[in-house]
Design a protein around this ligand. Structure first.
Ligand code: HQG
Length: 180
């Protein structure tokens, strides 16, 4: 993605996941908002966006961070929220194992307390080790944890898969974790 688009994508993540009120925007209970309202509120706050730019970012986002409604009038972030919305995802049976990338300096605490969602609604897990390494690198020297997701599910923990293939669960107790 071009640098200008990366900046807009970060702005959209910030507004649609964390701080819609910062530009006077409101999200519906499932996290959707109108593209026109988004453009208007952003403009009132000195950020010029066009519909074409937004549609381009939704389509080109390397991680498919956003979805547009079928008519193209509504937009939401696919995951990663800290605002109080419910994505309305149905629980699904996870694969045998999922992975979580973190920083080595968090390992002691994680192995003691388990994985916590911190500022987000869910703990984020990925299907493959490569993605987990990339996620972990954002925080420092990366470490990867393997999660016994099928066993967790059998023991009553719910899993969800977001529109962009990120696996979500409320928390992961230490007994389901293994350092890779
Ligand atoms: C850590 C990005 C100490 C956890 C990514 C992580 C992902 C603990 C950090 C998405 C802990 C929270 C989410 C404990 C968890 N003790 N540390 N008990 N439990 N942690 O950013 O998973 O680019 O909220 O390991 O690609 O890194 O934004 O979560 O290191 O998909 O679309 O606390 O964000 O996507 O960090 O990343 P984050 P995350 P986007």
């Amino acid at each position: 993605m071009k640098n200008a688009n990366v900046a807009v994508s970060k702005f959209l993540s910030y507004i649609l996941r964390h701080q819609p009120e910062r530009i006077g925007l409101s999200l519906d209970p499932a996290g959707w908002t109108s593209v026109d309202a988004l453009i208007e509120c952003a403009a009132r706050n000195g950020k010029r966006l066009t519909r074409e730019q937004i549609v381009g970012i939704v389509e080109m986002s390397d991680k498919q961070r956003f979805s547009l409604s079928e008519d193209g009038n509504q937009i939401r972030a696919n995951q990663g929220h800290s605002v109080n919305i419910d994505l309305g995802l149905a629980p699904v049976e996870p694969p045998e194992q999922l992975y979580h990338g973190t920083a080595t300096r968090f390992l002691t605490s994680i192995l003691k307390e388990g994985l916590q969602p911190k500022n987000r609604h869910h703990v984020h897990l990925s299907l493959d080790v490569e993605t987990a390494i990339a996620v972990g690198q954002r925080h420092g020297s990366p470490a990867v944890l393997a999660i016994s997701s099928r066993r967790m599910s059998a023991e009553g923990h719910l899993f969800y898969c977001s529109a962009n293939g990120v696996w979500l669960t409320d928390a992961v107790p230490p007994r389901y974790l293994d350092v890779k």
